[in-house]
Design a protein around this ligand. Structure first.
Ligand SMILES: NC(=O)N[C@@H](CC(=O)O)C(=O)O
Ligand SMILES: [Zn+2]
Ligand SMILES: [Zn+2]
Length: 445
């Protein structure tokens, strides 16, 4: 396949040739009849979203690998990493294998994380093509997988001594170049939640309350404290720590100072407590929405490169499940299809550069999680590509999206959506139509 005259994220205009699923050449001019004339369009590396909840096995009424991965493909996401709070939870070999069978239905490439609970089996997990450990819950969230300090320390230590890559490769050089298992952490310290918040103990009262009370309850201070603890334990053992969904400037700075990597979600980047009233229970998620002041400080850290990547924490729940009182509603919002469109709209407006967006959604996650075939438009890498018209913004509407939940916290905002998404050279999405479910586990090559 030949894509001609595409503008790359850095502004260079190039022809791109694809062969055997990989990028074969990137040149100012390549011979041959183009399959796609991309004049005036931008070509991006496909986005990696290292934090999704596709809900299978166990909760297929919320999402499935098919619907979640179609939503990803239509939003320009070509690799997703699924989190372990399914049923069964992905905490042992049988749980991993069950999820791996279901994930074969994916339209995009994927990683499968293993979780930590009192009865997890690290040896069985490390024996399998695991993406990373995580998200490890330092406080309860959807799935009630919160763990105590001792178990967390134990999990970190096992990552350091997993020897997973030594087992998986005979080549000493390849072994040395690979990282050991990274631990991804949901960092909130429940001891610092504010139980004086009205309605917390009322067991289902506060039906008319909006998500601002949730933000008051799961206080901002709880993040920084948990990040500090995670980073301290991680550095002590020499284990790479990645902090999931950092939502405060304090949390981001603590991760960065401690040598951990971190991600920010689109909802913490674009929404704040000022939106809580309008969102109602649909604005309840963990960690919760923060003040407008903190949101702006988070945005600044995304712009200046302190934040490593954007990841969605795509956490769909049905409308029926959300349409109850604040204290009964499940936490979480969908986001995999709107992440890149929202960021490309920022680039269109000039508030983030195209190069920064590329780093946040592709180059950095590929580097941090050791995926040398992903994340860049470079000869020899996988042809995971997204083509879009940079001026073609449209209104985001839940009913147009492909997640099973059919709603979005970004209703009515502008987004620049892809026209074409390729996974290893295969068309998985084009102008509203889907190709084949070609997704593969990125740790199985
Ligand atoms: N973020 C959320 O509020 N919910 C997530 C779990 C999580 O990421 O903590 C979910 O699985 O629903
Ligand atoms: Zn979480
Ligand atoms: Zn999550």
């Amino acid at each position: 396949m030949l894509i001609a005259n595409a503008t790359l994220p850095d502004g260079r205009e190039r022809d791109v040739r694809i062969a055997d699923g990989q990028i074969d050449a990137v040149e100012p001019s390549l011979s041959g009849e183009p399959d796609i004339d991309a004049a005036g369009k931008r070509l991006f590396p496909g986005a990696l979203d290292v934090h999704v909840h596709f809900r299978q096995p166990g909760y297929s009424h919320k999402e499935t690998w098919e619907t979640g991965s179609k939503s990803a493909a239509a939003g320009g996401v070509t690799t997703v990493v699924d989190q372990p709070n399914t049923d069964p939870a992905t905490v042992d070999g049988a749980g991993f294998d069950e999820k791996a069978d279901l994930a074969a239905a994916s339209y995009v490439d994927y990683g499968i994380n293993g979780g930590v609970t009192a009865d997890w089996d690290p040896e069985e997990l490390f024996d399998r093509p695991l993406f990373a450990l995580g998200e490890v819950f330092l406080a309860d969230s959807t799935g009630d997988m919160g763990i105590d300090a001792d178990l967390f320390a134990d999990a970190v230590a096992r990552c350091a001594t997993s020897n997973r890559n030594a087992k998986r490769s005979d080549d000493a050089a390849a072994r040395a170049a690979e990282h050991d298992v990274t631990i991804t952490v949901h960092a909130e310290d429940a001891d610092l939640f504010d139980s004086s918040v009205e309605g917390v103990d009322a067991g289902g009262a506060g039906r008319d309350a909006d998500a601002d009370l949730w933000s008051a309850f799961r206080a901002a201070e709880a993040e920084e404290a948990a990040v500090e603890r995670a980073v301290e334990v991680g550095t002590g053992q020499g284990t790479a720590v990645h902090i999931a969904h950092t939502s405060t400037p304090e949390g981001i700075d603590a991760a960065s100072a401690g040598g951990a990597t971190c991600e920010v979600t689109p909802h913490h980047l674009f929404l704040s407590r000022e939106d809580a009233d309008e969102l109602g229970t649909y604005g309840r998620m963990n960690p919760p929405l923060r003040s407008e002041e903190r949101r702006e400080a988070v945005f600044e850290r995304v712009r200046d490169g302190t934040v490593d990547m954007i990841a969605t924490d795509h956490a769909p729940h049905t409308r029926e499940e959300k349409d109850v009182g604040l204290w009964d509603a499940p936490s979480g919002v969908p986001g995999v299809e709107t992440m890149l469109p929202l960021l490309l709209e920022e680039a269109r407006q000039g508030t983030l550069s195209y190069e920064r967006v590329r780093d946040l959604i592709a180059a950095n996650p590929a580097d941090v999680f050791d995926l040398p075939n992903k994340g860049r438009i470079e000869e020899g890498r996988d042809a995971d590509l997204v083509l879009f018209d940079p001026e073609d913004a449209r209104e985001i509407r839940g009913e147009d999206l492909h997640s099973k939940c059919e709603w979005t916290p970004f209703e009515g905002r502008q987004g620049v959506f892809p026209e074409l998404t390729l996974v290893r050279g295969e068309v998985v999405y084009r102008d509203g139509e889907f190709g084949d479910a070609v997704g593969r586990n990125v740790r199985e090559r």
